[in-house]
Design a binder for this molecule. Sequence first.
Ligand code: ADP
Length: 258
Amino acid sequence: MGAPAKIEMRGLSIDYVNEDQGTRHQAVDGLDLDIYAHEFLCVVGPSGCGKSTLISAISGFLRPTSGTLLMDGVPIRGPGADRGVVFQEYALLPWKTVLDNVGLGLKLRGMPKAERNQTARRYLKLTNLEAAEAKYPYELSGGMKQRAAVARTLANQPQIMLMDEPFAAVDAQTRMTLQEELLRICASTKVTVLFVTHSVEEAVFLADRVAVLSPGPGRLREVLTVNIPRANRSWNQLNNDPDYVAIRDRVLALVRTH
Ligand code: ADP
């Protein structure tokens, strides 16, 4: 890709160590992978291959056991506002309105209310939630909750958005809509995205590149480029696109090889 990597992983290994029981479990093994600025990278692999572990390490919540993990050339040593995480569980505060949930990170950073609400409304518009700003999380559908979680993450203007199976809990139709919307949102914000999923279709639909991991401990099997313009992908168009079908089948074969 030519441009410098936003995130650089070299020989990255991550073990879970249980001091009490004297056990060690290797979750990620010797990963060499870059995430470039403005790209949408999907990491796909079976359950337990280390996808969430990777997100935790890049978020700064988990220290690598060995190898290098850099952001803009600097080792990641802890959490920071330059990385925003969207989890499968919506993680919205039930006692706050959608507007206040989306503005929460800005509030914690000391942004005055008027400016905070203005920024939050910009991201609510981007995620088609303008009409829901006064609602509480219990009044929202699963899809709306996840849109609010994306809006909250983006309102903090992170350099990279880390997404851990964010659409796994919604129904199939809503999931397809959210995937299409996410591509539109990413095209307008240009945010860099690392998206992990066990769904091959989802990974290939969303990504500029798909990194396939082996079953745990996660090792990099292959990285494939999806040469289909990202901003205007839709399920209607891609389902029958020979390029999409070819890459999807290739990734499926890689995921299913043991
Ligand atoms: P994925 O997200 O791909 O399903 P995870 O990153 O959650 O995989 O887990 C990778 C491996 O590490 C699995 O074998 C899992 O059981 C193990 N693991 C995850 N979290 C912990 C933990 N806190 N302590 C010990 N082992 C863990």
